[in-house]
Write a protein that binds this ligand. Structure first.
Ligand SMILES: [Zn+2]
Length: 163
């Protein structure tokens, strides 16, 4: 399934459609035996479910080009965010954001992710004040609804429409 999202108009409706889509995706069904699992090197897409100073938890709902019927839980540590030093996960992503990442370890069935590449990182983010979809404005992200400016570690193709 391919989901194309335009951010040019009707930001609110688009935001809601995306959330709808994600809610359906994450209404967990048991994974069937032999289902596709993340491997080292897999490109995955997921939604950030919680953020702590050093680590974020991500619900992986897509591996490569395939959407999953359930999700895997991935972990993104602050040391795997950028080649440069990053102090806190709070400047990287927030709960609800959609990000693209690479799996760097699957030790103990725990999926560790990295976004330390210009093509990896947050691809959609939502305003922490009003929930509106954030749009790229130079190096920042701006909420079209309330004007709030927020910071994330974004992917080079942030908001371009295909997840
Ligand atoms: Zn807002």
């Amino acid at each position: 399934m391919k989901t194309v999202i335009s951010t040019r108009s009707e930001t609110n409706i688009v935001g809601m459609a995306l959330i709808d889509f994600l809610n359906r995706k994450v209404s967990v069904y048991p994974l069937t035996y032999g289902a596709r699992v993340p491997r080292v090197g897999s490109m995955v897409v997921g939604q950030v479910s919680s953020v702590m100073p050093q680590i974020a938890t991500v619900r992986i709902f897509r591996i490569g080009k395939r959407n999953l019927s359930g999700f895997f839980t991935g972990f993104l540590h602050v040391s795997d965010v950028n080649t440069k030093f990053v102090e806190s996960m709070f400047e990287v992503c927030k709960a609800g954001d959609i990000l693209r990442a690479k799996v760097i370890s699957t030790k103990n069935r725990s999926y560790h992710l990295s976004i330390a590449d210009r093509n990896l990182g947050v691809v959609y983010a939502f305003c922490s004040l009003c929930g509106g979809l954030l749009e790229r404005s130079g190096s920042e992200l701006k909420c079209r609804k309330c004007g709030s400016i927020e910071k994330r570690k974004i992917s080079a193709d942030y908001g371009k429409g295909v997840i």
